[in-house]
Design a protein around this ligand. Structure first.
Ligand code: GLA
Length: 752
């Protein structure tokens, strides 16, 4: 047997066991048919000389036998990467169209390789390692029996996290071209159906709400066919046991590192086997693979937890903030920002911008972001996209002057772009009518009066690079908000041959990634925040290029409780763009106290999105306090372990907390949506503390042991009067109330 650090191979039986201290993943090569049979994925099991005991296929009818295969049809075999047409009638992981027009493939195991570390994927975002001992990668190579096509399955297991990443690669060593009509990143056959399917669904201004439904026989899939991941379904699913809570029991997470059309599907067959598949949406997808070419699918990050949803989320947070996010800002505190969008919309001039910036700088804000409306003649949303030159009517002294003034105030300066879009009133459109995505001669829809540039065309990407580069070389820009406000409807590129139209969606997103890459290579210091009409492209692919993402255009504190709670299922708190905005709220008209707005935004990147000059003195004092408070706890918020305690989807009271890695301090957010007269006492049981540490509770002068805080909890009552000071919100006999509690270990801990 060959023992690699995290991968054990039984050469004789051709069994592969990927294992670390918490998980095991086992599969083998079938003797006769040379197919890959899946044997186990879940909590760590002991390594065994033979895993034959995991094989389950006795007593099944042996009809539809594949010539030369094992005792049973492939329908009864749990597989690693199933094909169609060879006696498995479930959905396949891939489909290749052969020159004759058929889709029958037969890939057989060829060989394998094991590497230390984790290779990157050309042109696609992915998680990474910093040193080779952090992970081990297994590549299994299969060869088609009907062509010179190769399929390579990549598996990387991380040493210290319950994480396995998977992806597939297709390689054409033939002299013919073949069409990949479906190419999922991974497939997994779990031997049961006793799961709930969790996913994040929503719409504009109500992103990432958690949905949970029991699996049943048949197929359930979530997907996007909009050219971006979109706000309707996030590229994430989890299979949790019916009894799984935030704190306990099993859950399997699947998250796709991709920003384009995706599909995640679970198919439960009549034998209660659940086939999970994830990857590029096969709908309208077809990729011509020419001789000598390879096709890389995006990676799926699989997380296993047997301690509930919180542990799954903590694993994603840990991996994504440390080994997906990259660059200068990965490990740095992010600037507290103010964005002028909800303050001015399109109506501003230099004086107004500088007035907001000046006031904000005095209150402690670090970064001023100039949002939409600074270019062309953009007074409404019906023009100028694609004309990235400053509007001298609004900013007569140019962007450079604004940037200099703002830097002189001691602040950083950020700018909004929407590079993928064009308006018809621009030269860019007039000179290049064939640069928009549409089918010539057919109707082309617009969204927000704008059209989508064909980012599958390198010339288009070059043009946008040049336009943006010109600004970035002349003006000191520290931050870019990269927006994207509509989706691809009539998908067609005049730049692609008719048999390559099925490549457009994927080529489009590769073009988007390439522009990010080029800009970031030249300007590594710039902090990027991506955005798509709020959280319409909040996905791991974007996180690779932008350490923070605007979570939603809905800035109402109550709505944000659900949006941020759901987003935290996968994405680290340090990535969740969250701002305090004005009241009545522009999206829902609700009046929530400024404290509550601040207490919600604190669990994110933190900033403001209102006309700060219009706040009264008392509110400005609160802003100063909020910023001080955020900055004091910023490192804890950025690096701590996040626990969801009480769900806004289930109760009027909401709770969450962040504990520092050494458990010496924690910040707790507690929110009460509506006031409830003479209500039962609310106790919030904390998690993740050291039971024997004695923590001081702020505000107040109480000391409590971790064991007590976890088992008895913090009491929130309607009549609380004793703990009023800066950390408490207004009198709690009101709707939309909140409290932030900070606890810190001051020594004097318990020992037997
Ligand atoms: C989108 C964004 C907003 C703002 C506007 C500007 O809706 O989500 O934050 O930037 O565009 O047009």
């Amino acid at each position: 047997m060959i023992k690699h650090k995290l991968i054990k191979v039984n050469e004789e039986q051709k069994e592969f066991h990927l294992t670390n201290k918490s998980i095991s993943y086992v599969f083998k090569v079938l003797n006769n048919s040379k197919q890959l049979e899946h044997l186990y994925y879940g909590k760590k099991i002991n390594h065994s000389e033979s895993f034959d005991y995991l094989i389950e296929r006795e007593g099944r009818p042996a009809n539809n036998l594949y010539e030369g295969s094992e005792t049973s049809s492939f329908e009864h075999i749990k597989q690693e990467f199933p094909s169609f047409g060879t006696t498995d009638f479930r959905d396949p992981a891939f489909q290749i169209k052969y020159p004759k027009g058929d889709h029958i493939s037969h890939f057989e195991y060829q060989d394998y390789e094991i590497y230390d570390g984790k290779p990157t994927i050309e042109d696609l975002p992915s998680t990474y390692t910093e040193t080779d001992d952090e992970a081990t990668t297994l590549c299994v190579r299969l060869k088609d029996q009907y062509s010179e096509l190769y399929l390579i399955l990549y598996y990387t297991i991380y040493r210290d996290l319950p994480v396995i990443t998977r992806r597939s690669v297709f390689k054409n060593e033939d002299e013919e071209s073949y069409f990949l009509d479906k190419a999922m990143s991974m497939s997994l056959d779990l031997p049961e159906k006793d799961f709930d399917l969790l996913h994040l669904n929503g719409a504009w201004a109500r992103e990432n709400h958690i949905s949970r439904t029991p699996l049943s026989i048949g197929k359930k899939s979530i997907s996007s066919a909009r050219g971006a991941t979109g706000p309707v379904h996030n590229p994430f699913i989890a299979l949790a046991r019916p009894e799984t809570t935030e704190k306990s029991e099993e859950v399997y997470g699947f998250s796709l590192v991709y920003s384009g059309n995706f599909e995640a599907q679970v198919e439960v067959n009549t034998y209660n086997v659940s086939r999970v598949m994830m990857g590029i949406n096969p709908f309208n997808f077809s990729w011509k693979l020419e001789p000598g070419e390879i096709f890389n699918t995006p990676e799926v990050v699989m997380v296993y937890s047997n301690n509930g949803l919180n542990q799954m989320s903590q694993t994603y947070h840990d991996l994504y903030r440390n080994r997906l996010v990259r660059g200068t800002w990965r490990d740095k505190d992010r600037p507290v920002l103010i964005n002028n969008w909800e303050a001015t919309y399109f109506e501003f001039d230099e004086d107004k911008i500088l007035e907001i910036a000046r006031e904000s700088s005095e209150l402690g804000v670090d970064l001023f972001v100039l949002d939409d409306g600074w270019f062309g003649t953009r007074d409404t949303d019906n023009g100028s996209l694609g004309n990235w030159t400053v509007d001298k009517r609004k900013l007569p002294n140019g962007l450079r002057k604004v940037s200099e003034e703002i830097h002189n105030m001691g602040m950083l300066f950020g700018l909004w772009f929407e590079p993928e879009m064009v308006s018809k009133d621009t030269d860019l459109y007039k000179n290049h009518k064939d640069w928009i995505i549409n089918v010539p001669g057919k109707n082309v829809s617009h969204g927000r009066n704008q059209y989508i540039l064909d980012f599958s065309n390198k010339e288009v990407v070059d043009n946008l690079y040049q336009q943006m580069d010109k600004i970035l070389t002349h003006v000191k820009i520290d931050y870019i908000k990269w927006d994207m406000n509509r989706y691809i409807s009539e998908a067609y590129s005049v730049n692609l041959e008719s048999d390559r139209q099925g490549e457009l969606y994927h080529r489009y997103i590769l073009g988007v990634y390439s522009l990010f890459e080029r800009l970031q290579t030249k300007y590594p210091e710039i902090l990027f925040e991506s955005c798509a009409g709020g959280g319409g492209r909040f996905d791991p692919g974007m996180l690779y290029y932008s350490p923070q993402i605007w979570t939603s255009d809905d800035t109402d504190a109550v709505e944000r409780l659900k949006i941020q709670y759901g987003t935290s299922l996968v994405y680290p708190i340090s990535s969740i763009g969250s701002h305090v905005s004005t009241v009545p709220n522009h999206q829902v008209g609700r009046n929530t106290p400024i404290n509550t707005r601040g207490d919600v935004a604190t669990f994110g990147t933190f900033g403001y999105e209102l006309d700060i000059t219009k706040l009264n003195k008392e509110e400005k004092n609160k802003v100063v306090k909020q910023i001080k408070m955020f900055k004091k706890h910023q490192k804890l918020i950025r690096t701590g372990t996040f626990y969801r305690l009480k769900s806004p989807f289930e109760s009027n009271e909401v709770g969450w907390m962040i504990v520092s890695p050494n458990k010496s301090e924690a910040l707790i957010g507690f929110y009460q949506v509506l006031a409830r007269p003479n209500a039962p006492y609310e106790r919030l049981k904390l998690q993740g503390l050291d039971p024997n540490k004695r923590y001081k509770i702020f505000p107040g002068s109480e000391y409590r042991y971790g064991s007590d805080l976890q088992n008895v909890g913090l009491l929130f009552s309607q009549n609380e009067t004793t703990r009023k000071d800066e950390y408490w919100s207004q009198n709690n006999k009101s709707d939309f109330n909140s409290r932030l509690i900070y606890i810190k270990d001051f020594g004097d801990n318990f020992s037997d």
